[in-house]
Design a protein around this ligand. Structure first.
Ligand SMILES: [Fe+2]
Ligand SMILES: [Fe+2]
Length: 343
């Protein structure tokens, strides 16, 4: 697939995202083309503006871009608004009023359309409809998703996004770990994630199109929903941290558990750094010996040297593991886990 060009992912729906081989945090934008009008969903960032603009213009002429949907205000999602306005595009900016309040800091000249004042819907291109699904606090107070009822597409913004090195436009069954690694840190709590996923479950969905990561086709939609519903997230990390800090510690961790923990770190590291790099670090720290508390700790430290996100995404599953296995450890949590909390 040629990612330097716009790619049609459903009839008249185009991926117009960013091609950056080095990034593990890629941004997707999408363009829906009607007969006379076009809608851009999540216009992208200031620094990637030119790539997105060129892809948009390869599909629709400037005057047809009548609507730009900003599903929340993060710079990776919406800061390109500044250049779209500056370069003379004339469009309505579609957002929730809580998002609009911040979008005006990207440009003073926005023609705003607040979905919460318009029954969470938009009619465009002579009768086509878009529905907006409010997803508060996942991850921003005014965040929302966009549903295209004709083709049953869900543009989900950060929800269902992922941190991943080996990016592909379409997700396969290996996507879910990378998706969890991103979402569990972004949503404040599992309850909030569930609130949103239950709303999505009321819709028939043929495809999920997130703003990071890969597009999820119909056959994986249910597994994707289930993964986010079952995920422990956000404030859980703090609660678990406090609980672990209160527990008695022991340095005697069964070898089998050390191996499992090392595998957790290696698997998540591979998502963010790529399999080769993760395997290289693993071999360096093991140095031909079985896993120990120290080698796992060293692995974590090396990940942090590479980038903060790599160490952050392995922290959550390790804490989950420690909490799930607290019984096996007879109420004693290894000091290793206490130490990684602060990494
Ligand atoms: Fe965001
Ligand atoms: Fe984002």
């Amino acid at each position: 697939m040629d990612y330097t060009k716009a790619i049609e992912v459903a009839k008249n729906v185009f991926w117009v995202g960013v091609t950056d081989e080095k990034s593990f945090f890629r941004s997707n934008s999408y363009l829906i083309k009607g007969e006379n009008e076009a809608v851009l969903i999540d216009p992208g960032s200031l620094v990637q503006y030119e790539q997105i603009r060129d892809k948009v213009l390869s599909i629709a002429p400037k005057e047809q871009l009548k609507y730009v949907v900003c599903q929340h205000q993060d710079p990776d999602v919406s800061s390109a608004l500044y250049f779209f306005v500056k370069e003379g595009f004339k469009f309505k900016t579609i957002a929730h009023s809580r998002v609009s309040a911040l979008l005006v800091f990207y440009s003073k000249d926005l023609d705003l359309y607040n979905i919460d004042y318009h029954d969470f819907s938009l009619e465009w291109d002579n009768g086509k409809k878009l529905e907006f699904i409010f997803t508060p606090y996942f991850h921003s107070p005014g965040a929302f998703a966009t549903y295209e009822p004709e083709k049953k597409l869900l543009f989900s913004s950060d929800i269902f996004g992922a941190f991943q090195k080996d990016w592909d436009l379409y997700a396969d069954e290996h996507y879910f770990d990378a998706m969890k690694a991103f979402n569990e840190l972004y949503v404040p709590s599992s309850e909030i994630a569930n609130f949103t996923i239950k709303k999505f479950e009321q819709k028939e969905i043929n495809m999920i199109l997130p703003q990071h990561g890969s597009i999820i086709k119909k056959e994986l939609v249910k597994s994707a929903m289930d993964t986010l519903k079952e995920m422990k997230a956000g404030i859980f990390l703090e609660n678990a941290t406090a609980k672990i800090a209160d527990m008695e510690t022991t340095s005697e961790i069964p070898q089998e558990m050390l191996n499992e923990m090392l595998d957790i770190v290696a698997k998540r590291a591979a998502e963010v750094l790529g399999k080769e790099e993760a395997e290289k670090i693993k071999q360096e720290v093991l140095n031909g010996k079985p896993a120990t508390s120290d080698s796992i700790k060293e692995f974590m430290l090396k990940l942090r040297e590479k980038n903060r996100i790599a160490s952050a995404v392995v922290k959550m599953p390790l804490i989950n593991y420690a909490m799930d296995n607290a019984d096996k450890l007879k109420g004693k949590i290894p000091s290793l886990v206490k130490e990684i909390i602060y990494l």
